[in-house]
Design a protein around this ligand. Structure first.
Ligand SMILES: C[S@@+](CC[C@H](N)C(=O)[O-])C[C@H]1O[C@@H](n2cnc3c(N)ncnc32)[C@H](O)[C@@H]1O
Length: 220
């Protein structure tokens, strides 16, 4: 027994996967194809995808926005869990992986409920507000452009409805959040975000040690 979060070694991590992961054959194929890319580490962990799907089911989220889609793994996890009529807007920038995402969404029968918008996400989020979506989004997942994480928090708080969820990925940043004087803008931005989330009265918060750290915020 322990009264602190476990430090998982690789054997215990493998056990966790063995007894809980329910990845579909299609998601497994996508993960194996993505593993061939030099940027494979961008993809979320499969157990994180499964957790996010469960969150979508628990909350009945039907209007979801994702910032950072890559080859489409997290998008499939969330879209498959949405109720009938749900809509997922995926924000990314142009890259070869956009087509991979579209290919797997088609294969999963999800093309009709996922829309990919290819432009800097801060710009896309402004457009979503201009389209009248402020205060209507059930869940917004942010997994891109770390240096601007604090700006995404403000956009998210405008777009997400009261009681809706904002998820920030990589908030433990492979431990680099512990650096004293980080040179990386990304590291400094994640450190600043974590302190801002801790002190922000507009949200309820839990930082989960899942994947690379997932901050789960509920808009009050
Ligand atoms: C960590 S990956 C996302 C991984 C994805 N959630 C998954 O599970 O596979 C980050 C993605 O953000 C995209 N990106 C980087 N900067 C961006 C920006 N300013 N606006 C939108 N997307 C951006 C990259 O092209 C990349 O595909």
């Amino acid at each position: 027994m322990t009264n602190r979060t476990l430090n998982l070694d690789s054997t215990l991590y493998q056990y966790l996967l063995d007894v809980s992961l329910r990845e579909t054959p299609l998601l497994k194929r996508l993960r194996e194809e993505t593993a061939q890319l030099s940027t494979a580490r961008w993809q979320i962990a499969p157990e994180q995808g499964q957790f996010m799907a469960l969150l979508v089911q628990l909350t009945g989220a039907r209007r979801i926005v994702e910032v950072g889609t890559f080859t489409g793994y997290s998008a499939i996890c969330m879209a498959q869990a949405m109720p009938e009529g749900g809509r997922l807007i995926c924000c990314d920038i142009p890259g070869e992986y956009n087509a991979t995402a579209e290919h797997y969404w088609r294969a999963a029968g999800l093309s009709g409920c996922i829309e990919q918008r290819l432009a800097p996400a801060l710009q896309t989020l402004v457009e979503l507000e201009a389209e009248g979506l402020a205060g209507s989004i059930d869940l917004l997942f942010i997994d891109a452009d770390k240096a601007n994480y604090l700006a995404y928090l403000e956009h998210a708080l405008r777009l997400v409805r009261q009681g809706g969820l904002i998820l920030f990925d990589n908030t433990l940043w492979s431990g680099r959040v512990l650096e004293q004087n980080p040179e990386s803008d990304d590291t400094r931005a994640i450190q600043a975000l974590n302190l801002a989330l801790r002190d922000d009265p507009r949200i309820d918060l839990s930082l989960l040690p899942l994947g690379d750290g997932l901050s789960l915020c509920r808009k009050r």
